[in-house]
Design a protein around this ligand. Structure first.
Ligand SMILES: *Cc1c(COP(=O)(O)O)cnc(C)c1O
Length: 356
């Protein structure tokens, strides 16, 4: 039976991206060596990084003056590197859930942290709006898509202070006005590649403004000056990212990704709203994530939790168990998720409803 991968991360990737990576792992560019065996300084590998960087710049229409980096450590290391490199006195964080809180925790090691707004009062089921951003912040940090709670900001804030975005789980799913940000980052394993590489888009002239000493590996300037080749980068995940970027471009770029994301989301939220058994945990349509769609059983059907999970699993649905902080179900619909895949889940929900 065909499996449909709704995992929140590592996530579904286009089959052809996996196949092309697999071929290169067996024989890189006909060299007789595996991609896993070659030096990152091999003359054939530099073009891989160069093309991946160029494609990110092209797909997101990144203005001059920004560097694109591939680092290790995951988005979680960025939680520490961001304040290391940008926090002199005070930073603001929009607290929209677990990942934002983890980012705040690290920032507190470096200076004062202001929670500019939070949606904690309703278990992070909405995006705070209409909050004031103090003008004396070194930066404001936002999480564009909250993977665990299924909320998303599909817009780029206008701020007078530097804006830094964790875009781990909605990267390349919509056009982004990069000029509004001084930095965008994320772990690749949600929407860009396999686990093991972290992407960073950073405005060059925003760096070097803090007075503290920064360890070499944690200083973005090290990686900007060496084109992500200061030390051995994660070669295979970078290659997979390249193939995925080529795929995104071939599909029509981020505009096409945004269109299909809305199509998938309309289909699944439509069914959740219609089906008597289920309800969405995020009510405001504007705040509903197109990437991670969270739903629970209505109270009168709450005892069907395991039964629905088993039924959906028996029909090939993978990874739909909700995060423990939200419960219920979460269907992650990243770029490579097809409308047919989502339709299959919708069909399962309809059948299950008919049986109850
Ligand atoms: C998964 C996730 C992270 C953590 O990413 P790692 O690469 O595992 O460190 C951070 N932020 C968001 C929004 C995420 O979804």
């Amino acid at each position: 039976m065909k499996k449909i991968n709704f995992n929140a991360g590592p996530c579904i990737l286009p089959r052809e991206v996996i196949e092309k990576t697999a071929q290169q792992i067996l024989d890189f560019n006909g060299s007789g060596l595996s991609l896993a065996e070659i030096s990152h300084r091999a003359k054939d590998f530099q073009p891989v990084v160069d093309e991946a960087v160029a494609l990110i710049k092209e797909l997101l229409n990144i203005p001059e003056g920004y560097s694109v980096l591939f680092l290790g450590g995951g988005a979680s290391l960025e939680f520490c590197m961001v304040p290391y490199n940008f926090l002199e006195k005070k930073a603001g964080y929009l607290n929209t859930g677990v990942w934002a809180k983890k980012a705040m925790k690290e920032a507190k090691l470096f200076g004062e942290v202001v929670e500019v707004a939070t949606s904690a009062d309703k278990n992070f089921s909405y995006i705070p709006k209409g909050f004031e951003v103090p003008e004396d912040l070194d930066y404001l940090h936002v999480t564009s898509n909250n993977t665990i709670y299924g909320t998303e900001m599909r817009y780029d804030l206008d701020t007078k202070v530097r804006l830094i975005g964790d875009m781990s789980s909605d990267f390349l799913s919509r056009p982004v006005d990069v000029a509004k940000y001084d930095m965008i980052y994320g772990g690749a394993q949600k929407n860009l590649s396999m686990a093991g590489v972290t992407f960073v888009i950073v405005k060059d002239d925003a760096l070097g403004k803090v007075t503290r000493q920064i360890p070499t590996m944690l200083d973005y300037r090290t990686h900007v000056s060496k084109g992500s080749m200061f030390n051995t980068p994660p070669v295979v995940p970078i290659y997979t990212a390249l193939e995925n970027l080529r795929w995104v471009k071939a599909q029509g770029g981020v505009e096409a990704m945004a269109k299909i994301a809305k199509e998938r989301a309309d289909l699944l939220y439509g069914e959740i709203d219609r089906n008597k058994l289920f309800r969405a945990t995020v009510q405001d349509a504007e705040d509903r994530s197109y990437m991670n769609i969270c739903f629970v059983l209505n109270d009168e059907y709450a005892d069907l939790q395991q039964e629905f999970f088993d039924y959906a699993t028996s029909k090939g649905m993978v990874g739909i168990k909700g995060h423990r902080d939200v419960g219920g179900f979460r269907a992650s619909c990243y770029n490579a998720q097809t409308v047919e895949g989502v339709q299959a889940l919708v069909d399962v929900m309809k059948e299950f409803e008919a049986n109850h």
